[in-house]
Design a protein around this ligand. Structure first.
Ligand code: ACO
Length: 330
């Protein structure tokens, strides 16, 4: 999708649980090693919720942080979109609980389920609403409690995931050059079964058997997803840069979904991008699905490496299979 959307990022925030799960912790849980995890994924540690924390608590904390950063009150919001595949309950939407906790009655609130691409999907939706004047200030959140949907006996998946939430308050552009200049969303349902939580839905409702068979946690064909991701990440970055006629030097920062350092590095090397222009925090947080991009966005903004008028490219892919990108001039 090409076409300018007149928006600005007013504020960003994040919430990360304080509890840390290291690779050494996994060595005691499953047949793995720090060396295998580091070299195959780039992950050193991830954050995991404690009792009393959940997708909702992280989402609300990140939202409050973003509102404070924007210098806005929750009552300034016109819409809340929460991207999550680990919702507080199967229904209703986690965003509705957020709306209640933030104290903004009556404004619309809904969830988007697009896994690791969820925040970028939500951001693109918000940008269209704002550009066309439907809503003015939109809270976009990516929040996940992956640990509650992880099988800690499956070494092929459990070492990958972490919990967290990131948020952004999006509003109309404040300068003429500010905005989302290019965005793209895609999905390939043929790959829907490659990353799946098989139990607990309408097809296979929860039962004693589904619990015994560990069907309430994420199952993934890692090799298939890897092949898809390594091609898609590179293609999506390339397409966004070509669409806007940008070279590597023109972009201040690419913020990719953090699923595997090898996937990020492969795309970076094939596109000839310097390491300092591709943001990485997977070593500290693992893969937080829909929370990875907004947490990274918040870290980038608050580190001050991206100034006003510079280009930032958000890129994500994940279960669905889905992918998305958004090229923003800050
Ligand atoms: N420790 C040690 N050995 C392991 C581990 C582990 N934690 N996990 C798997 N292995 C073994 C396998 O059993 C296999 O052994 P074998 O050769 O004897 O059969 C060997 O390591 C290689 O397994 P692969 O699956 O081929 O390992 P790979 O190098 O592909 O790495 C990984 C696995 C990290 C999961 C990788 O495939 C990957 O990152 N895939 C993409 C994941 C992703 O991007 N997901 C995206 C979205 S998630 C979402 O949307 C919610």
């Amino acid at each position: 999708m090409n076409g300018y959307l007149a928006i600005s990022i007013r504020g960003t925030g994040r919430a990360l649980p304080s509890r840390v799960l290291t690779n050494a912790d996994f060595e005691k849980m499953v047949d793995t090693s720090d060396e295998w995890i580091r070299t195959r994924t780039g992950i050193l540690e991830r954050r995991i919720v404690s009792d009393g924390q959940s997708t909702l608590t992280l989402a609300v904390d990140a939202a409050r942080d973003a509102l404070a950063d924007a210098g806005m009150a929750a009552t300034d919001l016109d819409l809340i979109i929460c991207a999550t595949i680990t919702p507080e309950y199967p229904f209703p939407a986690t965003a509705c609980f957020m709306q209640e906790q933030l104290g903004v009655p009556d404004i619309p609130a809904y969830d988007i389920s697009a896994a690791c691409s969820g925040f970028v999907y939500a951001l693109i939706s918000a940008a269209h609403f704002i550009h066309h004047g439907t809503y003015r200030n939109v809270l976009v959140v990516g929040a996940e409690c992956m640990s509650r949907f992880t099988d800690y006996t499956d070494r092929g998946t459990c070492i990958l995931f972490g919990d967290g939430a990131g948020a952004a308050v999006i509003g109309p552009a404040e300068r003429e050059d500010q905005g989302m200049y290019y965005c793209h969303m895609g999905a390939d349902g043929k790959g829907a079964a490659t990353i799946l939580c098989p139990g607990g839905g309408a097809r296979t409702p929860a039962s004693r058997e589904t619990v015994d068979q560990r069907l309430h946690s994420l199952k993934m064909n890692g090799r298939e997803v890897y092949k898809f991701a390594v091609t898609k990440m590179q293609q999506v970055i390339h397409d966004a840069m070509v669409a806007q006629g940008l070279a590597a030097d023109d972009i201040a920062m690419i913020i990719p979904h953090q699923s595997n350092l090898r996937i990020i590095e492969s795309a970076r090397e094939k596109l000839g991008l310097p390491a300092e222009k591709v943001f990485v925090n997977i070593d500290r947080y693992g893969n937080m699905s829909g929370a990875s991009v907004p947490v990274a966005l918040d870290e980038v903004r608050k580190s001050g490496v991206v100034g006003a008028g510079q280009w930032v490219l958000l890129v994500a892919f994940g279960a669905g299979l889905t992918w998305a990108s958004a090229l923003i001039r800050t």
